[in-house]
Write a protein that binds this ligand. Structure first.
Ligand SMILES: [Mn+2]
Length: 443
């Protein structure tokens, strides 16, 4: 990625700070999986967004103070002995040039942190997420307070960075949109591959394997979240990730999977019949969720908001459930009662970006201040994912029991509406059945 984009983001953030402030953002640390093996390293999203630096054990310091650099990075020093075991390090010298900021060895952290805090009016950091950093700052502030007689001064305010970085990250820039378009395309093709590979007698984890294989082959080594492949009544478990059941003829299978590309997530759900042909009940319920998804997608345009999108989907779902006899009563009353929520148990969607459930406010103010909805503007990316889940024992005819359907796409807000980033994977009943009938080369 072009480094000027990170420079621009830092400048944009610095422009919103109170006078004489510093911003502190910690890199992620490596996590042990068991004894000497670690989880794959994943950089902290804010740290990545403002630095473009993908190593652990680093601190980014931004400031608008005259006596401090605008952007400073503390990072691990070069160390040939460590690097031969654990991998290359950029080192402060190369980092300064590559990242266009002032870089210093991490061993200077205590001194530099104190210099940055001394005399600052406010310190911005993520107060609820970066608690180790908060603890370090507290210790430094105690030291500064003890030396106030010598002219040192502890900051007066700690300010949560999350609303500021959240607002900035909510509207994607061109480089992010390009990556997310690609992440959507790779993920869509992976879902196609799973549909083609699906057969009764194969296992859920084998569909997952097809998907992960396609991600990795196309430059997205890791999924953005643990893939969900739930067949039959496993589909009714929203975050089912065991993926261990045998795929049975006559069941639906629900897949929720997306790749991570340069830190950015895709998040697609599709539901299809294991044997390639929907039963009457499956088709009826599926078409209803699909109609609701189209209604919700149609409401995604500048000036609209999640409440409007939710209302559009819930209207279609309620009307449809009433038509199928799954709900009983009077339509306007059922809508007012949100009766469809018995089977549509999650939200219509969420912001998408560096985090799958990305940062950014859903309400402009909180409820006690007459909170209003965050209006959609071009550059936002979100998911639209209505679903219906009817576990056994639900107060409906048994023929609907154990059915679960979710259909999820990723939408980019544009000037005149939206662009669907994940449209390559089919969702019409005919198109799915046709695709599954073609199979793939590895039969
Ligand atoms: Mn989602």
């Amino acid at each position: 990625m072009n480094n000027s984009v990170f420079v621009q983001r830092r400048a944009q953030l610095i422009a919103t700070l109170q006078p004489d402030s510093v911003v502190l953002i910690s890199a992620a640390t490596e996590q042990s999986r068991s004894r000497d093996t670690g989880y794959p390293f994943r950089q902290h999203s804010d740290f990545w967004y403002y630095s473009g630096f993908n190593e652990p054990d680093a601190l980014l310091i931004l400031s608008n103070r005259a006596n401090l650099p605008a952007a400073q990075l503390l990072c691990r020093e070069k160390d040939p002995a460590q690097e031969v075991w654990h991998g290359r390090r950029l080192g402060p010298q190369a980092a300064s040039e590559a990242l266009q900021l002032q870089a210093t060895a991490l061993s200077e952290q205590s001194t530099i942190l104190k210099q940055s805090l001394d005399g600052s009016s406010a310190v911005y950091l993520n107060l609820t997420e970066q608690t180790d950093l908060l603890a370090q700052i507290t210790v430094q502030m105690q030291d500064l307070k003890q030396r106030e007689k010598r002219g040192e001064r502890a900051p007066l305010q700690l300010i949560d960075l999350a609303p500021l970085s959240g607002a900035q990250r909510l509207v994607k820039d061109d480089s992010e949109i390009a990556i997310m378009r690609q992440a959507g395309e790779i993920s869509a093709q992976a879902h196609i591959r799973a549909m083609q590979y699906c057969r009764p007698g194969r296992f859920e984890y084998q569909l997952e394997a097809e998907i992960l294989h396609h991600f990795a082959l196309n430059g997205a080594r890791y999924p953005a979240y643990n893939s969900i492949v739930g067949s039959g009544n496993n589909g009714c478990i929203l975050h089912y990730t065991e993926n261990s059941s045998l795929l049975a003829a006559g069941d639906l299978v629900l897949i929720d999977a997306g790749c991570e590309l340069y830190g950015y997530a895709a998040d697609i759900s599709r539901t299809f019949p294991v044997s390639g042909k929907f039963s009457d009940e499956q088709a009826a319920l599926y078409q209803l969720v699909l109609d609701a998804q189209y209604a919700a997608c149609n409401a995604v345009k500048p000036g609209s908001d999640f409440a409007a999108v939710t209302a559009a989907a819930e209207h279609v779902l309620t009307e449809g459930l009433l038509g199928l006899g799954i709900l009983q009563g009077e339509l306007s009353q059922l809508i007012a009662d949100k009766a469809c929520k018995q089977y549509f148990i999650h939200g219509i969607g969420h912001w998408l970006g560096l985090d799958v459930h990305d940062v950014g406010a859903y309400k402009v103010n909180n409820a006690s201040q007459n909170g209003s909805e965050q209006p959609f503007v071009p550059g936002m990316v979100l998911t639209i994912e209505p679903g219906l889940y009817i576990p056994a024992g639900s107060p409906t005819e048994r023929r609907w029991w154990d059915l679960a359907v979710r259909i999820e796409d990723n939408l980019l807000l544009t000037a005149d509406g939206h662009e669907n980033l994940t449209t390559a994977v089919p969702k019409e009943i005919d198109a799915i059945e046709q695709l599954m009938a073609t199979g793939n080369a590895r039969d």
